[in-house]
Design a binder for this molecule. Structure first.
Ligand code: ADP
Ligand code: MG
Ligand code: ZN
Length: 470
């Protein structure tokens, strides 16, 4: 029998606050092990949490980005369980009145994926397994985390992976999270079930925990859907359970039977008061959210950029900001898009940099305008961009050092063309016999002799004039 896959995601994103959600410890990745800790985030007796307002604002920003309703009277609940990375033996989370409810995101093919809720909670610490020992680093304990829970509206592994990327991108553009899956700032739990094709009745689901890349989201769901289909086709039943994905074998393994909310003995946290969020609070956050990627996409199409190119530019916010800055400074949008796609992304790897491009949008615009006016060549533009990007040189410096401003000497062009044609009588004859391809050979020869001292168009015109004469 053929089956339809049904997927609901729980996406965890760490928030870009300076400090943790219930104490003043730094929220930063890569600090000295257990260097960002205090009695609150390590669960010492008597230590009391104080809510970080910024975390609340970022959670609201996430909700507004996805069209959620913001809960005016939100509050905190204790989720009780023991694990060594959770010193208090409970996590402060939100079950009964999550900060955002409803909303949704349009996925591939126009499918609308509904969100159930977004709640704010604290992250747990990190266990570090070494040979024979397990150590615990509490730097991550108490880092603010939102959990974005979708309805079971996704229908394929690929759609799910694309959806995660869309969510990630939106959060990064809104300044809510850095979205770095490789660092664990964004982690995905996938709930999966299968049902006979054409049926509307959902099957029993399993939950795969902690997927930390798009590739693994896709592969784990594919494997799990296949596994469930095989179980059903073999006459068996899918058991509701929590599974883990093994990156090496590409398989999922049972971890534990699925716990229900009541297993956690949730109850309202007596240490933190419920929070009232006013319309003014929401308006203030709304005014602060930068233009989201979906809006930029439409704007780019209106600028004459192709959808594929717009997507390339938007993949990284720093790149998109640079593009916008250059266009704002008067660059031709299509030329700016070509520069981004070509020379800029050839030398700038967003994954390696810390989200910044050290390049002035005004200078980029200036270089693009020089190229448009034929004051520097196409190759010269590439050189200019490369030096500005890699050597952090000002444009003027590059123009001088690399001698990029073209001072065309028409006498020199004519004499070089004449010489090259005379030295290659065979090729000249070929051209006259209708083989237009040899023109590029001649172009190359002349360009080498002229060392960038002339525009391609000038050389071409002179070549055609000479070759077509007599
Ligand atoms: P719980 O309270 O047990 O965590 P929820 O109803 O909150 O369960 O759902 C958790 C996640 O599981 C949600 O993302 C939801 O979309 C998804 N989900 C629920 N039922 C199914 C199903 N039958 N198949 C796939 N995903 C499901
Ligand atoms: Mg959950
Ligand atoms: Zn602390």
């Amino acid at each position: 029998m053929k089956y339809t896959t049904v997927i609901g995601l729980e996406i965890h994103a760490e928030l870009l606050t300076k400090t943790k959600v219930f104490c003043g410890c730094q929220n930063s990745f890569g600090s000295r092990v257990n260097g960002n800790c205090c009695p609150v985030c390590t669960g010492m007796p008597g230590a009391l949490p104080v809510l970080n307002k910024r975390a609340v604002e970022l959670a609201i920003a996430a909700g507004l980005s996805f069209g959620c309703a913001i809960t005016k009277n939100t509050r905190w609940d204790r989720k009780n369980y023991f694990y060594p990375d959770l010193a208090k033996a409970y996590q402060i989370s939100q079950l009964y009145a999550p900060i955002c409810v409803g909303g949704g995101i349009e996925a591939r093919g126009g499918r609308f994926i509904r969100l159930n809720r977004i709640h704010l909670e604290e992250d747990a610490g990190k266990l570090v397994h070494t040979r024979g020992n397990t150590l615990v680093d509490y730097n991550r304990a108490g880092v603010p985390l939102i959990e974005i829970v979708t309805e079971p509206d996704l229908r394929s592994a690929e759609d799910a992976a694309e959806f995660v990327e869309k969510v990630r991108r939106t959060l990064v553009y809104a300044g809510v999270s850095d979205g770095k899956m490789e660092r664990g700032s964004l982690r995905v739990d996938a709930n999966i079930s299968v049902m006979p094709e054409g049926s509307g009745v959902y099957g029993t689901r399993t939950e795969i925990k902690n997927l930390n890349s798009f590739k693994f989201v896709k592969k784990a769901i594919e494997f799990e859907a296949e596994r469930q289909a095989e179980v059903l086709n073999g006459g068996g039943r899918v058991i509701q359970e929590t599974r883990r994905y093994d990156e090496n074998s590409g398989e999922t393994f049972s971890m534990r039977s699925k716990e229900d909310a009541h297993d956690y003995r949730y109850f309202p946290d007596p240490d933190i008061r419920p929070l009232v969020i006013t319309d003014r609070d929401i308006e203030r956050v709304l005014a602060e959210i930068p233009e989201p990627p979906q809006k930029r996409f439409l704007r780019y199409l209106n600028l004459g950029i192709s959808a594929a190119d717009a997507d390339v530019i938007l993949e990284n916010k720093a790149v998109s900001d640079l593009f916008d800055g250059a266009v704002f400074a008067g660059a031709n949008p299509v030329a700016a898009a070509n520069a981004v796609k070509g020379e800029i992304l050839r030398h700038y790897n967003p994954a390696e940099e810390n989200g910044d491009i050290d390049m002035s949008a005004e200078e980029l615009a200036k270089a693009l305008k020089l190229a448009e006016k034929n004051e520097i060549s196409g190759a010269g533009l590439k050189t200019a961009i490369r030096c500005m990007l890699l050597e952090k040189m000002p444009l003027d410096g590059v123009l001088k050092r690399e001698n990029l401003i073209i001072k065309e000497d028409s006498g020199l062009v004519a004499s070089v063309v004449k010489k090259v044609v005379e030295n290659n009588p065979k090729a000249a004859a070929q051209y006259k016999n209708g083989d237009a391809k040899v023109l590029s050979y001649f172009m190359g020869q002349c360009a080498r002799e002229l060392k960038g001292g002339a525009l391609a168009a000038t050389i071409r015109a002179e070549l055609e004039r000479v070759l077509n004469s007599d």
